[in-house]
Design a protein around this ligand. Structure first.
Ligand SMILES: [Zn+2]
Length: 236
């Protein structure tokens, strides 16, 4: 079982670790700062540095609970000591983007009663789909205005690990269907933007909404009845 540092400290950029499994195109470490793809957030990229040089990590994924660092070539053996280093610039962009999506979903829920139906993100840009009957350019502008006001309030963002029974009883978490998480997940990791949003979530986020900066709504489009898409980009 790999110790997943990103789950508790999203700001750790590197860690000393030991290779514990070697596969054709991936290695497993005893601990890692790499975030494995999931919940709409892409897996981290970066490198594994050892006495033999440096191996690029092209992606990070999770298979049957195991974090796989996807690599190409290299000569890593079980027992090799490495420094695992993420591409921090890319990761930090993803942290800002992911936090922006939480704020967006909270604003749409609070002001327009619409739930999220799906979403995806890249470093610096994202899309999210909502159970909305209609959408327009004006609506996108209105949402962008409210969203940027909320982000500018510099709201703190917290990571909580709540006992399952506590999470299931929290009315703020019910809308995000926390009850559908598999029974064995306990405690449940929750990301809270103070006064705005609370969701069960495995991803990495920034410490405050001011760190997200301003967001632009770049497109609004219909993806069918009661399914409308909003695309956002970080402004800078
Ligand atoms: Zn999320």
């Amino acid at each position: 079982m790999t110790e997943e540092i990103a789950a508790v400290d999203a700001y750790r950029r590197s860690v000393e670790a030991t290779v514990v499994e070697v596969h054709d195109t991936a290695v497993v470490l005893d601990r890692t700062v790499f975030y494995p793809r999931g919940g709409g957030q892409p897996g981290d990229t970066g490198s594994l540095r050892s006495g033999d040089g440096e191996v690029a990590v092209l992606d990070t994924v999770k298979r049957d609970g195991t974090v796989l660092h996807v690599i190409e070539g290299g000569n890593l053996q079980i027992g090799t000591s490495v420094e695992a280093v993420i591409d921090w610039e890319r990761r930090h962009l993803l942290m800002r983007t992911h936090t922006a999506l939480h704020a967006l979903s909270a604003v749409i829920w609070r002001d327009f009663d619409a739930k999220v139906t799906g979403g995806n993100m890249e470093p610096g840009s994202a899309r999210m789909d909502f159970e909305l009957e209609a959408i327009s350019v004006d609506f996108g502008r209105e949402v962008a205005g409210v969203l940027n006001e909320e982000l500018a309030r510099d709201l703190p963002v917290y990571v909580h690990f709540l006992p399952r029974e506590v999470a299931l009883a929290d009315p703020d978490l019910i809308r995000t269907k926390v009850n559908l998480l598999p029974d064995f997940i306990d405690p449940i990791r929750v990301i809270e933007i103070e006064g705005l949003d609370k969701q069960a979530d495995g991803g990495t986020h920034v410490r405050s909404t001011a760190e997200v900066g301003a967001v632009v709504v770049t497109k609004t489009e219909s993806k069918g009845k009661a399914n409308k898409r909003i695309r956002i980009e970080l402004a800078g």
